[in-house]
Design a binder for this molecule. Sequence first.
Ligand SMILES: Cc1ncc(COP(=O)(O)O)c(C=O)c1O
Length: 404
Amino acid sequence: MATIDLAQTSRRADFPAIPEGWHYLDTAATAQKPQVVIDAIDRAYGHDYATVHRGVYRRSADMTIAYEAARQRVAAFLNARSADEVVFVRGATEAINLVAQTWGVATLRPGDRILLSQLEHHSNIVPWQMLADRIGGVAIDVCPLTGDGRIDLDAAEAMLTEAHKLVALAHVSNVLGSVLDARRATRLAHAVGAKILIDGCQAVPRIGADVQDIGCDFYVFSGHKLYGPTGIGALWAKGELLDAMPPWQGGGSMIDRVTFAKTSWAPAPQRFEAGTPNIVGALGLHAAIDYVEEIGLPVIHAHEVALVRAARAALSGINSVRLFGPEDAAGIVSFAIEGVHPHDIGTILDEAGVAIRAGHHCAQPLMDHLDIPATARASFGIYNDAADVAALAKGIERVTRIFG
Ligand SMILES: Cc1ncc(COP(=O)(O)O)c(C=O)c1O
C-alpha cells in the first residue's frame, strides 16, 4: 500500500470537541462528532422540529420526509435493495436483541445450535444466551481464533452442521481490529442452511459494508461509532425475512388497526418501530453518512491502516509491551505492558492528554482466551494523526519508566 501523508488526510479541524493537545484514541467506544453532524442536529431541533408520520401540518410532513430520507441514506450506504429493509433502532445492541427476540423466538427449536466466535462483543453473545434459555435445549458453539486473532473460518467450516440455524459474527473485532471475511462466513453459514448476522459496529466506520455483496441475512450497526449521534443505529435484514418476522415491542406507529378484540401490524419496517422514534438521531445519522462518504471509506481505511502501522511500530519498540491482533488490523490496537494493569496505563496516559480505553471492552470471553483480565486499547478515527501516535508512544515510555 502506498504511504499516505496523515497530516493531509486527518480531518481534525472538522471536530470541535477535540482541543489542541488532547489525543483522542477511543473511537472504537464512540467517535467524536464533526461540525456538520452537530449542525444537522442543531437545525433539526432549533428550526425544523416536529413529529413524524402522524402530523397533518406541513412541518410534520417535512420532518417525515427527512426521517424517511435518512432511512434511504442508510439503505444506500449499505447497498440494500430497499429502504424497507432498514429498521431504525437505538444501536447494534438493540438490533441484535430485536433479531433474537423476533426471528429467533419464531425460528429456533430445542436441538438447534448457534455459532458465535471467541472474539464477540457481549452484545453479540448475551442476547443469544437469553434466546437459548428462553427456547430451552438450544446450544451455543464458539468458533476459535487464529494465532493472530482472526475468526478461524476453517474451524467454522468444520464445526457447522445442519443443526445450526444461526451464525453471528463481528465484521471487525472491537478489541483486535481483525477483519472477518464476511462473504466466506456467509457462504459457510448458508451451506448448512443457517442464517448469518454480521455485527458491523466497528466495520461501517472503517471499511464499510455492502450487504448484497456479502450476501448476509442481517447486518447491524450503531450510529455513534460512525461519527453520528448516540441513540440511533440500524438493523438491516433481507426483505423476505423482515416481512415474516413478528413484532417485538407494541405501541403506536407499529400497528395497522387496533381493537380490543384484535390488533393487526403495520408492514416492515414500521412494525419494528413502536413509539415516537429518534427523529433527530436519524437526521444526525444521515449527516454522518454524508460526511463519511464525502471523505470516502477507502481514504478513511487507508488513514487508519497507516495509524495502526505507526502505532504498532512505535509500541513494539518498547520493551515489555505485548501487542494483540493482526498487523493489518482496522483502526484498533490492543496491548498490554508486563506487570502493569491497563487501568494504570490509562490513568498515566490521561495525565498526558492521551485518552485510551482500558478494560475488557465488553469481550470477557476474549480476555479469558488471551488469559488476561484486560487490555489497553488505542483506536483511531479520521481526526487522528502522527502527533497522536507520538503522544501515545511517549506516554507508554513514561509508564514503563514509572513501573521500572
Ligand atoms: C463490535 C461491537 N458490537 C456491538 C457493540 C455494541 O454497540 P452499542 O453499545 O452502540 O449498541 C459494540 C460497541 O462497543 C461493538 O464494538
